[in-house]
Design a protein around this ligand. Sequence first.
Ligand SMILES: C[S@@+](CC[C@H](N)C(=O)[O-])C[C@H]1O[C@@H](n2cnc3c(N)ncnc32)[C@H](O)[C@@H]1O
Length: 306
Amino acid sequence: MKSQKIRTSARPQKKPPATKQWTGKIHCGDATKILAKVPENLVDTIVTSPPYFQQRNYDSQKQVGRESTPQEYVDRLVEVFAAARSCLKPTGSLWLVLGDKYQKGRLLGMPWRVALALQDDGWILRSDIIWHKPNAMPSSVKSRPTTDHEYVFFLTASADYYYDQDSIREPHVTFSEKSRMKGGRTHFFKRGSTPEQGKNGGNTNLHDARWDQAFHPKGRNKRTVWTIPLSKVREAHFAVFPESLVETCVLAGSPKGGVVLDPFMGSGTTAIVAGRNEREYVGIDCNSEYCSMARKRIKAAAANSK
Ligand SMILES: C[S@@+](CC[C@H](N)C(=O)[O-])C[C@H]1O[C@@H](n2cnc3c(N)ncnc32)[C@H](O)[C@@H]1O
């Protein structure tokens, strides 16, 4: 049975097929239709980048992104992710990468429209992450700043979810072990103590947060701006997301041996990263050429890693 905390769209009862029928495969077809057949409680985390609103043609009648209004696009994605949520474990999560769109000089705010609609549909929005692209396409606009970011939304199916904080810590930048900054290490002393005299002295919450930020041996807690260059895949005619971005989501969102789902698999990036990190994958794409491309790339990546 599904957790009662999760509101899922109604769908017919189905007999769950064996897990191995679904993992380690790219399933070719419309995401919503295929997800309706995927067993419940299979997936630890979803990492995906759907087609953006009216951005590109993926040569398929079933494709997402060609809807005529923003609302139709939002509704379609809410439907896809309701179907995806029904395959998640109760502790499961969704990492959703989305970019925005200008129409007649107006920014549509598509990522936030989708995020808020998902929230209304029962998802818990835990983080809005800025993916800063240092090598973003230059643009000739003179009347506004050039866009060089997209969003990564971290959403969960329930309040009690899997999240491995330590696996994605980042290097300390404020202080180091050898910092000679005034107060330095002695200012913070050690976790659990309250050494601060004067301002904020005795505030254990603040003290522990600072200790974590400055001296935790594995680095400071991951921040919400991720600077990651765009990467290119020769065979793909569309934007692929960078492996290091996917890796962060896979590591934090699933344990070793867990299952990662991408319902808009494209060139296979999510599956490649999942395999490299000892996770299983379930991939879906509606374009049969891209399904073949993903299968080839996944096979080559697995062969290279031996
Ligand atoms: C932005 S691309 C994903 C790129 C991918 N993240 C990568 O790194 O290669 C979006 C993908 O969604 C697929 N797609 C579009 N509509 C779909 C649908 N209804 N069901 C399944 N896949 C769909 C497209 O064919 C395309 O490959």
